[in-house]
Design a protein around this ligand. Sequence first.
Ligand SMILES: [Zn+2]
Length: 227
Amino acid sequence: MIRLHKGPPPDILVNKAAEWTKEYKDALAAKTMTDTIRYRYRHADIKLALRRDSHNKCIYCESDIGFGQIDHIHPVTKCPDEIVLWENLALVCPECNTHKSDYHAPTEPLINPFVHEPSAHLLFLGSMVVAVLGDAMGLRTLKQMNLNRWDLIQKRTKRLERLVPLIEQWRAHPDGATKTILRNAIRDEASDAMDYAATVRAYLKGVLGWDHPPDASAPDTAVATSG
Ligand SMILES: [Zn+2]
């Protein structure tokens, strides 16, 4: 899980959110709900904007999303006013959506990567995720979302296994343009758009001392030449 930022809402929501919300609440009250009214948040323009903001990944587990689902961060069963609220919509994988279910506890929220800095609450240790000791929000999120489910452990492990040869190549190379290209390639592996970026960032910090984003005052080559 990495920190994310909400871009502007799509025009369809700017123009229709209030009308759609009223229709939804009226249909709820009158028991005249239809799929059209219920699922307006699945509009293609909305999904496109959500994909942009989540870098085509599940906002919780960072798995690449083929056919992702739109999640209401606050479940609509508890917060019907937020059925098409832009800040309440996010793209998630089916597994995370299932685990999250309709969890809602206003004073004990889960990590919302659009609001919270996940690395303040979760530590990525190799392919595992643990909560920062004593951090209740980290612990809740870890357990509710089951962020150490077996398929995720396997995928994060494969991710790191792909990274190690690149690091070895970079380390072995003499200083120069090629080494810089290899270093940048490693940096790219930790970028927002890459799957399991939090795992990669923590690994690079742990084995190379690299911060993300890079700290300009501490050149990456310092570790290479001293090691
Ligand atoms: Zn997920």
